[in-house]
Design a protein around this ligand. Structure first.
Ligand SMILES: NC(=O)c1ccc[n+]([C@@H]2O[C@H](COP(=O)([O-])OP(=O)(O)OC[C@H]3O[C@@H](n4cnc5c(N)ncnc54)[C@H](O)[C@@H]3O)[C@@H](O)[C@H]2O)c1
Length: 81
C-alpha cells in the first residue's frame, strides 16, 4: 500500500479518531490544533489505544513505535485548501 501524508486540522474527538484510523493504516499523520491541551489529550488518547492494540496483538511494538515516531502534532491554526 502506498504511504500517504494526511493532514488533520482539529485534534478533538473527530480529528483524534481520524488520526488513529490513518495511522493504523500506515499513513503519516500531521495533526494540528489551536489548543495545546487538546493536542496533549489527543496524544494521550492515541498512545493508550495503540498500547491496547499491541496488548491485543493487532499491531507489533515496532509498528506502535513507528506510528509514534513518524506522526506529528503541532500547535497552530489551519485552513482548508
Ligand atoms: N463528534 C462527533 O461525533 C461528530 C460527528 C459528525 C461531525 N462532527 C463534526 O466534526 C467537526 C469536529 O467535531 P469534534 O467533535 O471533533 O469537535 P471538537 O470540539 O472535539 O474538536 C474540534 C477541534 O478543532 C480545533 N480547531 C478548530 N478550528 C481550527 C483551526 N482553524 N485550526 C486548528 N484547530 C482548529 C479546536 O481547537 C478543537 O480542539 C465539527 O464540525 C463537528 O460538527 C462531529
Amino acid at each position: 500500500m502506498e504511504t500517504k501524508t494526511v493532514g488533520v486540522i482539529g485534534a478533538g474527538t473527530m480529528g483524534a479518531g481520524i488520526a488513529l484510523v490513518c495511522g493504523r493504516k500506515g499513513h503519516h499523520v500531521k495533526l494540528l490544533d489551536a489548543n495545546q491541551a487538546v493536542l496533549d489529550k489527543a496524544q494521550s488518547y492515541l498512545q493508550s489505544i495503540l498500547t491496547k492494540d499491541v496488548e491485543k496483538g493487532k499491531i507489533s511494538e515496532q509498528q506502535k513505535n513507528r506510528h509514534t515516531r513518524e506522526n506529528e502534532s503541532r500547535l497552530g491554526h489551519g485552513t482548508a485548501g
